[in-house]
Design a binder for this molecule. Sequence first.
Ligand code: FAD
Ligand code: NAG
Ligand code: NAG
Ligand code: NAG
Ligand code: NAG
Ligand code: NAG
Ligand code: NAG
Length: 645
Amino acid sequence: MAQAIRAVTFASLASLILAQQINSGHGPVAATPGTVLPAAAVVPASSTAAGAQLFQWESLQLTQPVLANLTNMNLTNAALFGFPTTSLAPTSQCKVFPGDAHWPPPIVWEILNLLTGDALTQVVPLAAPCYSGWPEYNAAKCASITSQWSDPNLHVNDPSSTQWPLFQGLTCLPPSLRSSSTTCTLGGYASYSIEVTNVAQIQLALNFARNLNIRLVVKNTGHDFADKSIGAGALSLWTHKLNDLKFYPNYVHGSYSGPAFKLGAGVETADVYLAAEQNGVTVVGGECRTVGLAGGYIAGGGHSPMSSLVLSMEVVLPNGKFVTASATSNPDLFWALRGGGTFGVVTSLVIMAYPKIPVTTMTFDFTMSNTLSADTFWAGVRAYMTYFATFTDAGTYGYFNIVPNTSGGFTFTFNPFWGANMTKPQLQALVAPFLGDLNNLGIPVTPVYTQYASLYPAWKASFPPEVVGGFNNHAASRLFPRENFVNPTLLNATLAAVRYAIEAGGILVGYNIKAATNSHANQNNSVNPAWRNTLTHFILPALWDNDATFAQIQAASETLTNDWMAKWRAASPGAGAYMAEADINEPNFQQAFYGSYYPKLYALKKQIDPYGLFYAPTAVGSEDWYITGQIPYVPTQNGKLCRKP
Ligand SMILES: Cc1cc2nc3c(=O)[nH]c(=O)nc-3n(C[C@H](O)[C@H](O)[C@H](O)COP(=O)(O)OP(=O)(O)OC[C@H]3O[C@@H](n4cnc5c(N)ncnc54)[C@H](O)[C@@H]3O)c2cc1C
Ligand SMILES: *[C@@H]1O[C@H](CO)[C@@H](O)[C@H](O)[C@H]1NC(C)=O
Ligand SMILES: *[C@@H]1O[C@H](CO)[C@@H](O)[C@H](O)[C@H]1NC(C)=O
Ligand SMILES: *[C@@H]1O[C@H](CO)[C@@H](O)[C@H](O)[C@H]1NC(C)=O
Ligand SMILES: *[C@@H]1O[C@H](CO)[C@@H](O)[C@H](O)[C@H]1NC(C)=O
Ligand SMILES: *[C@@H]1O[C@H](CO)[C@@H](O)[C@H](O)[C@H]1NC(C)=O
Ligand SMILES: *[C@@H]1O[C@H](CO)[C@@H](O)[C@H](O)[C@H]1NC(C)=O
């Protein structure tokens, strides 16, 4: 029945628009903007419950009178853009896909474009200028894209590009980076994208995608390791331009009273850190500069050199309604949105700010050599691990890696060891016993300490822009619990599991980190309980050549998941992994990424999104779906998204 409605709707809309074109003598775009659009009404900015005014663009909303107006003008009807009237049973097993009979014709997309204020574009792959089959073909542009390919900003500033092209199927890469890259298709990228600048556009898009059974994705910066921001045949919401940021020196909400920031969904970590510095406070965010703090970072329970507190969020729900989520308003949704992934489109959130604190960092490295054997090297790593509990209990964060050197040995590097709220003498005192142990092992190190007045200069000096765009690797990760480092038997088992993977060809990107336990931190959220007991977030990439075949990538990914990570899991039974920097092939991801909260999250997912509007690989409820045509262990987003029978 819903399909019949669709067919009628498409036909009547098409004839209406055609009539307008004929009457006005203009093309469809020129014919209507002045008379119709965009479909939004201004709602008072103070209408939110969360103690902070809505951003101006949050007060531009899709309301019933707007929808009624459109219907009266025969421009659209509730079957296309309306809020749900009854909870629709799914009409077909798969989301409609380009080429399907029920895929909306161009004229319908044009109406969506008009109603959103000319914000819709057809997705063009970022590297299309490198391919002569595309109208964008342009050798100079191709050269510029190729030279910037590993710069996150290139992908952050593109509506559809992801920072990890593996799961778009390795199509349309700069040809000089992968010699077998000879074609440019959309691959796993969305079909259409809306550059979001107000709430009404999100509401229209969600209603449209839900009513027409179209896949929907949300792209912010494209950082997620599993490429949760892409999907073939999808309508994509690009939230990057929602970058307002407002400081409240005295924000009062619930039991909190103090400084806070309200952040748009597109604000990047670097912008928040700078604003905090300028306002004399500290905020929580990741180590990486370009991660979307209010996007996937909070949704996934992001980790940080600091601890975290979100006070409230503004959200467009799968039913198209715009609501506030906080401890007092939609508390279940608020709980789920802080750790459980995407349950709606977050447009902004308010986070607490802390007083300014000093930071002292320490860097050093040690490497295997003729005088430093493999066993001594790993004894040095073991020595560090014995201090994991002591160091995190003192509030520090250790960021380090173990990478192969060119002659087959390994190098350990701090990048850096981070002493939040510590002076140089305090940090030196803390690490002295560890340095003594290294010395006793015969591992000479030369620590460099730097004290900073606040987080911003420390972070800026310590974390250079990251390198992304790679398709020669794929990572898994693990949150090893405290017991693994305080119990000597478990410590040895953990070290052996880590050593095995590194000697087999992996790289360790290590964080010695602990969740906040201070009284400010509202721990009643859905962040993976494994975070509460962890002393690590260990990331383990497996590598291959840029020109590797899918069969080779499959083999390497299978080894990562079923051999290297199997040993890590065996050494930490019942622990978990950080879902936003995790293995897309993680077995039993429900337990690993969500732990004991999974049943509650799944029930909330069914309640909030009974339509199955928000799908992403390894997201809550994703086990009810599959994507056609996937290669085992290389789950690209290129196929149709279908509900399991
Ligand atoms: C180089 C690098 C460094 C990183 N460093 C850190 C770090 O220090 N700490 C840390 O915790 N993480 C870190 N991450 C991981 C990062 O925080 C996560 O990948 C996070 O999910 C990115 O969120 P995003 O919105 O920027 O990215 P995206 O990939 O665009 O989005 C991630 C997910 O969130 C969803 N989403 C985005 N915006 C919204 C929204 N407004 N509403 C609803 N859903 C939304 C997307 O649909 C997608 O499912 C890093 C990642 C990389 C690649
Ligand atoms: C209804 O449409 C007319 C014509 O486009 C416009 O002037 C008016 O503001 C609209 N009303 C609402 C509630 O959107
Ligand atoms: C809308 O369509 C109906 C039925 O076709 C017609 O009676 C009405 O005049 C139309 N309204 C406008 C504003 O064109
Ligand atoms: C935590 O929040 C959830 C969701 O709102 C609520 O049901 C639960 O009672 C809260 N638990 C505690 C201990 O406050
Ligand atoms: C790399 O490791 C090997 C093997 O331990 C060692 O012989 C060599 O000196 C190391 N090279 C560098 C540059 O550190
Ligand atoms: C920083 O440390 C001081 C004591 O040295 C303490 O009073 C203060 O609360 C700490 N600040 C934070 C944000 O932890
Ligand atoms: C752990 O390994 C160290 C170093 O190899 C060894 O000295 C120690 O006995 C081991 N401890 C246990 C409990 O196995």
